[in-house]
Design a protein around this ligand. Structure first.
Ligand SMILES: C[S@@+](CC[C@H](N)C(=O)[O-])C[C@H]1O[C@@H](n2cnc3c(N)ncnc32)[C@H](O)[C@@H]1O
Length: 482
């Protein structure tokens, strides 16, 4: 996880230009302010974020010095006062934690050389008196205030680990459950959400702190929104101060894929900026377009269109308006023993002619979209004596039973008691509407269609049995696609 991620240099050009025009007193105050800022990355890896932040702050300080002293010879040791000890990090792995410390000294050396170049000096900060404060530990267990009391903290930032609920270890899940305190089964929050929540808690000690994390975009879409954002909005009084909508973020580490991320900046409601900057990516691999808003929603859009900017859409297991429920198709859980290609079906029936009436067309998302043909042996309705009279079918049933017994899922083990049945049976006996679960993000519309029995839909499609035309029209509508 501690890959060297390609970081875009912050564009401080405009700021640097403006500094040159400031009066001396303002310059001195500004430099003073820079020396009081602190930066904290609670999942700092090798310290890329801290290093780049340090470089930029040193450049601002240098611009300040240049504006004050022009070409004069100055004693940089006295005048450059921004140091690495304004930077704090927590990292779980020891090796990257130590690298982060050293990387900060390396950037210190580079920044000192920039001063040397500007003022024709030969300055080095040796011996190394100050160092960045990098704690080797678990950020979700440590008390951040022990490392940096909140009243001294200015900015929290970073890209904490993204780990979907399904991929978290037992311990990680227990950490998210404890920190989010959602109750019940603990929700489906990504691991990264714990850093947002813990920051919200930390901010109670200093409401002026600004927070920004790169995060998987899943915290701004779908089911996680209603789990995370009420905690940040209501429990911790936070607001979105700025955001980058989904963009594709590459890593230079070998074998690491691009990830779709957002950047969310948070401020306490008492100190939220009146204008929120929103960066949208018409091309997720391209440059953003900036817009300005009075408020942003958790879904990262302008809040003007909603009655309450904190609105979140809660998950509901059943339709909230009395509409009929869309269900998932059958899941045979058969290890492939009941599913046949047309050729395999032909050979099977040649060897076991009595099995023919039990074959039914079988439909998965791919078959529906691309027109494949598959068959499933559906034994529901077959009497025990019919089954007994088909030794090849009996053999298949035996194999399905074995397959299920090898599972460690409780429900699959239970299904081994009735191996002639599908693990999950949804067999419509009237026309039904099919919605493939997987389509393509390049398709503007998910292809839907009506199908009839005896076709059995697989669990890779959703279906609405006896769907009316208005249901078809709503499901195919652009609003529903969105
Ligand atoms: C996506 S990487 C961040 C990389 C970082 N920005 C850098 O410059 O290297 C996430 C980092 O969080 C660390 N991490 C994972 N779980 C953690 C935890 N519970 N506490 C602290 N750090 C953790 C990982 O070891 C990894 O270095």
């Amino acid at each position: 996880m501690h890959a060297f991620v390609r970081l875009q240099p912050v564009n401080l050009g405009a700021k640097l230009g403006a500094i040159l025009a400031w009066p001396p007193l303002e310059l001195a105050r500004f430099q003073d302010k820079l020396t009081r800022l602190t930066f904290f990355d609670p999942a700092c890896g090798c310290g890329n974020f801290l290093v780049i932040a340090y470089r930029e702050i040193r450049r601002l300080e240098l611009a300040c010095l240049k504006a004050q002293y022009g070409d004069q010879q100055i004693d940089a040791a006295l005048l450059s006062r921004v140091t690495v000890d304004q930077f704090y990090g927590i990292e779980y792995e020891e090796f990257p934690a130590r690298i982060a410390e050293v990387a900060m000294w390396m950037m210190d050396h580079i920044a000192n050389n920039e001063i040397n170049e500007a003022f024709r000096l030969n300055y080095a900060r040796i011996p190394l008196k100050e160092s960045a404060h990098i704690l080797h530990g678990d950020a979700l267990e440590e008390d951040w205030a022990d490392l940096l009391p909140p009243e001294r903290c200015s900015y929290i930032m970073g890209n904490p680990p993204f780990i979907g609920a399904k991929y978290q270890s037992e311990f990680q899940r227990s950490q998210v459950r404890r920190i989010a305190g959602l109750g019940g089964s603990g929700g489906t929050l990504d691991y990264v959400a714990a850093w947002f929540i813990k920051s919200g808690h930390y901010l109670q000690g200093n409401r002026r702190i600004r927070v920004a994390f790169v995060s998987t975009n899943s915290i701004t879409q779908g089911e996680q929104v209603a789990q995370l954002w009420p905690i940040l909005f209501d429990r911790h009084g936070l607001e979105i101060a700025f955001a980058h909508r989904t963009f594709s973020w590459g890593s230079e580490a070998r074998g690491k894929a691009h990830v779709h991320v957002v950047i969310v900046g948070l401020a306490h409601r008492d100190h939220e900026p009146p204008e929120k900057r929103l960066f949208s990516y018409p091309d997720i691999k391209g440059d953003p377009v900036e817009s300005h808003h009075a408020a942003l929603t958790a879904y990262l859009f302008d809040a003007r269109g909603v009655a309450n900017r904190h609105l979140v859409v809660k998950e509901a297991g059943r339709p909230i308006n009395g509409a009929r429920r869309i269900v998932t198709g059958s899941q045979p859980i058969d290890g492939g023993n009941y599913i046949f290609s047309p050729l395999a079906k032909r050979d099977f029936i040649q060897a076991e002619p009595a099995a023919e009436p039990f074959f039914r067309p079988y439909l998965a998302a791919d078959d529906f979209i691309n027109g494949g043909e598959r068959w499933v042996l559906a034994l529901r309705g077959a009497t025990p004596s019919e089954i007994k009279a088909m030794p090849l079918v009996v053999e298949r049933i035996r194999r399905v039973r074995e397959f299920r017994l090898a599972s460690n899922r409780k429900s699959t083990l239970l299904a081994a008691n009735s191996p002639a049945e599908f693990g999950m049976s949804v067999i419509p006996d009237s026309p039904f509407l099919v919605v493939p679960k997987v389509s393509s993000e390049r398709r503007e519309y998910v292809p839907l269609g009506y199908l009839n029995p005896p076709t059995i839909p697989s669990d890779l499609v959703f279906l609405l049995i006896d769907a009316a035309l208005f249901e078809f029209s709503i499901l195919t509508s652009r609003a529903h696609m969105a």
